[in-house]
Design a protein. Sequence first.
Length: 585
Amino acid sequence: MSDSETIELAALGRPFELGMLYDCRRDLLIPGITLWDAEILKKHINVSQRPNTDFKIIASDSSEAKSEALNVSASLEASFLSGLVSVKGSASFLNNKKKSQRQSRVSLQYRTTTHFEQLTMDHLGPGNVKHSNVITEGSATHVVTAILYGAQAFFVFDREFSSSESYQDIQGNLQAVIKKIPCISIEGQASLKMSEEEKSEANRFNCTFHGDFALKKNPVTFEDAIKVYADLPCMLGENGDHAVPMNVWLYPLRNLDSAAAQLVRQINVSLVRRAQRILDGLDNTDIICQDMMKEDMAIKFPEIKAKLTKFRDLCLEYKLVFQKGLGNILPKIRGGGMEEELIKMLTSKERSPFQNDLMSAYLEDREREMNIVSSYLDIMKEVQVVYSSSELDGIVLDQANNYVVCFAFSSLNDKDDFELDLEKYLQEDFKSDSSPIPYDLIAAKKSAAEKWFRSGKVTAQTRQTIQLFLDFKESNKERENLAFCIASIPNKLITACSIHIYERGTLLNSQYELPSKPGVPIIKSLEHDCVHLQIISSQLGVNSVASYQVLYQAKGTDTEWTEINTDAITNQTKHSRLHTGRTTG
């Protein structure tokens, strides 16, 4: 684009007026300063009618789709993404993002134009400028010479759906119903013709309204939206008195005075798209993070939720840093600076630990961790789970429990190396002239593979511990003074889990080895009234065994079992005074 050409710009709810000054470098409207007196301006305005109304269904929630709906140029979009431009009215649609992945969304756009105002060409001659000193100050690059008036509105319909429902089906049904709304104004219907199924589906929609119309009450339901949509044509007034600027045309001040500041170049579209993808990636990460924080495991175990909260906070902090950097660079480029600084900034992000693939991998790790913990709890579903230290104290300190056996998750509170890398990156000086050091992806992937919830060996060991824990609980189910529970007890020296033993409120052992079931005793020798047995020791937890108990009774009878305790060290025992017909077990 030549620096002498007129620029068309979306107003985005900003209060443009003819004759106002505008700085295209900062995308900033400069109020209160004009090149001509108000009386002169009024005498040189040409007005023409531009009545037109249309509507559009928007199924995508991407930044690009929203910008396209509002006729936002790539350069203006860059300013919006960086925070240089604040939007109002219908343009606040740009800020409305989905809050959950379990959210289906379809938007309906209503757009109408009323009239077009422009300054006459003879008024723009260099000799007609009354306040020429304003031009040479350098605070503005353009003057507003034409405005298209009208209004538009966006009805954003959202519908939450469960994991058992199909997103494609919900989205399709949502679009089908929303497409019927414009029929009200086209066919003059007072209400929509819908089947009972469609009515039932419509009642599940939530509506958010973004518009240039002054409503007494914003619509929140589908029925509300229908009523508002039907009334929109009447809300502008008979002569479009309530219309607002939709699009404006900017005339370069340099055409009036060669000493004026100028817009040297626009931002490269491909660079804007790169920045857009980066911010969309951060927004998507935030959505996933919020969904995961609502998961059952994150609610029950504060350690998991704390990691997600920390990660989300770091991403939000980086987003602010990125936007601030973008806002500083854009005016420089438009004023004549080189694009290399922006390229460097984008490349730095794409090579940083904040790159989209790594953030997705981190969230996949958190999901895997929660799935693993959930699967273990399903196996131990008959055991009480405590979710805080105070709950654990309530069981351990209970006078009725002489002993407490606790299955303890030891690694849920472990700090993730990736989080530390994110913190370190944010602490670096982003304004350094040196080239950014790419993040070590190989080391990051190696670290991810070593996590306890991704180790097959650790999974096998944990499942073995769970089985021993359940077997131990089953064998002691008749004991009234013994309690079992599950808790998260951080311990950096132990991977994944361990067994804690408490006696009368005191921790005896934080790495107790539960013994496995011993084998069937072997008969070493027989005598006329006694038998010599060899005890087959437990394969696991043998150090925790003080003695073995041998039970015997008369074969084929219902007599009580006789108990004999044996030495766990020698693993041998002799049973005397046995009578014929007795069996040992």
